[in-house]
Design a protein around this ligand. Structure first.
Ligand SMILES: Cc1cc2nc3c(=O)[nH]c(=O)nc-3n(C[C@H](O)[C@H](O)[C@H](O)COP(=O)(O)OP(=O)(O)OC[C@H]3O[C@@H](n4cnc5c(N)ncnc54)[C@H](O)[C@@H]3O)c2cc1C
Length: 400
């Protein structure tokens, strides 16, 4: 298996690279770079999705009949890698990688027509209302209640850690429609418009100076029954499908490669006693170890894409990628901080917030490193915590 030397893939990569260079406005890439390169400005996310949609590329991985490109898994991988290394804004994962696939797989024709074109166009942002206070890892015990009353559901409860809820027009929510059956069987998947009376969103200040995580309170929120995706009581099945869909993206492979390259550049520029850090034995050892881990991670992702027969269960393989990728993200951001030393703290919080009195722009590579290192702490929490992933691996791969 040697994907890198496939001339057709390299030709495809060059084509994608040229298109991105043509389409991506420099100031958008700048903002993405300064923002840490992972969490985008919502307006940029939507604008970029719109630009890609004009080329038919906003949801390349979707089935062709729903607007996908028909590219192979490898082509999709290359496309995402190129977008990431060019600092293109992230897409709205909730729409393109989570809710969209659930709707085109399980939703009615009416729901497909209503939502899929908007998701492709990047018409608005949508958020994921799953976690609740006390029910994060233990999601099946969620308590937000949706009672059917005629042609609507009346929803009461609270969600938490809902990313970008304050900037979202819609949210996809897991709600309990039947409290009298086993926990997994009583859950449904409901679309809720965020400006519906009774929905209150409260932002949570974060250590990196941002406030994109939110609490969402739902008080007697009346939701039309037609907003139910698929069948009532099947929400748990759809949620598992959705989480499986994140399989390869949860490895953070693109960000990890890009940020390791940034660390290499920083290490060549920053010095200790006049010697570039990159030339010191201690850093060379550290970087070599990370590079080996990064290469192993990339090949594991590529094996997954190539659908190679794994010795282990595929869900366990996905959890392994998540564990390795999220820990590597933290290791690489810590490496960047160590290379920069006290210079890293100068850019806290995100540079755009204190730019007015900061004088000229700093070198490209320095922006937002502390903020990024702080948010990287969360990568072993969201999408399933490190400990829970390890539990899954122990059970499914080793039968423990
Ligand atoms: C940046 C960020 C963005 C997020 N975005 C969203 C979002 O958009 N939508 C959404 O719904 N949620 C979101 N989340 C929430 C996230 O999914 C939960 O935080 C996560 O699932 C953990 O749940 P919890 O916070 O309730 O922690 P808990 O489940 O209470 O876990 C607390 C600790 O106990 C450990 N633990 C729990 N159960 C087990 C077990 N069975 N075995 C071993 N250890 C265990 C955990 O590993 C953890 O260390 C986000 C979280 C973060 C940090």
């Amino acid at each position: 298996m040697d994907f890198h030397q496939d001339p057709a893939i390299e030709e495809f990569r060059n084509m994608v690279r040229c298109v991105i260079a043509e389409e991506l406005p420099a100031e958008m890439a700048e903002r993405q770079k300064a923002h840490g390169g992972t969490n985008s400005v919502v307006a940029d996310t939507l604008a970029w999705t719109g630009k890609m949609n004009a080329r038919g590329w906003s949801v390349p991985h979707w089935p062709v009949e729903h607007g996908g490109t028909g590219w192979s898994a490898m082509q999709n991988y290359v496309f995402m890698a190129e977008c990431s290394s060019a600092f293109a804004p992230e897409v709205c994962w909730g729409a393109t990688h989570m809710c969209g696939p659930v709707i085109y797989t399980f939703g009615s024709e009416e729901l497909k027509e209503r939502f899929l074109p908007d998701f492709r166009e990047g018409k608005y942002y949508i958020c994921q209302g799953f976690s609740e206070p006390s029910n994060g890892s233990d999601l099946a015990r969620l308590r937000t209640r949706a009672e059917r009353k005629g042609d609507k559901y009346v929803v009461n409860g609270q969600k938490i850690w809902t990313s970008c809820a304050h900037e979202s027009e819609w949210g996809f929510f897991l709600v309990r429609t039947n409290p009298d059956v086993k926990p997994q069987a009583g859950i449904s998947f409901l679309m809720i418009k965020m400006d519906t009376p009774g929905v209150t969103v409260r932002q949570i200040p974060m250590i990196n100076g941002d406030a994109e995580l939110c609490e969402v309170f739902l008080d007697n929120v009346e939701v039309p029954a037609e907003n139910l995706i698929g069948e009532e009581g099947m929400g748990w099945t759809y949620a598992k499908f959705l989480l499986d869909h994140e399989r390869t993206t949860s490895s953070f492979i693109f960000q990890n490669k890009r940020e390791f390259a940034r660390a290499q550049r920083l290490a060549l520029r920053e010095t200790i006693d006049g010697t570039p850090i990159a030339h010191t034995a201690q850093f060379q050892q550290r970087m070599a170890r990370i590079e080996a881990e990064l290469t192993a991670l990339e090949w594991s992702v590529l094996r997954e894409l190539a659908n190679e027969d794994f010795k282990y269960d595929r869900t366990a393989a996905a959890s392994t990628l998540k564990v390795a990728g999220s820990q590597l993200q933290q290791t690489i951001s810590e490496l960047q901080m160590d290379i920069l030393g006290s210079k890293a703290t100068r850019f806290y919080p995100y540079p755009q917030k204190d730019r007015e009195d900061a004088g000229p722009l700093w070198p490209d590579d320095l922006g937002g490193r502390t903020a990024q290192a702080l948010i990287a702490r969360a990568s072993t929490i969201y999408g399933g915590t490190l400990q829970v992933q390890k539990g899954i691996i122990a059970k499914l791969a080793f039968g423990l």
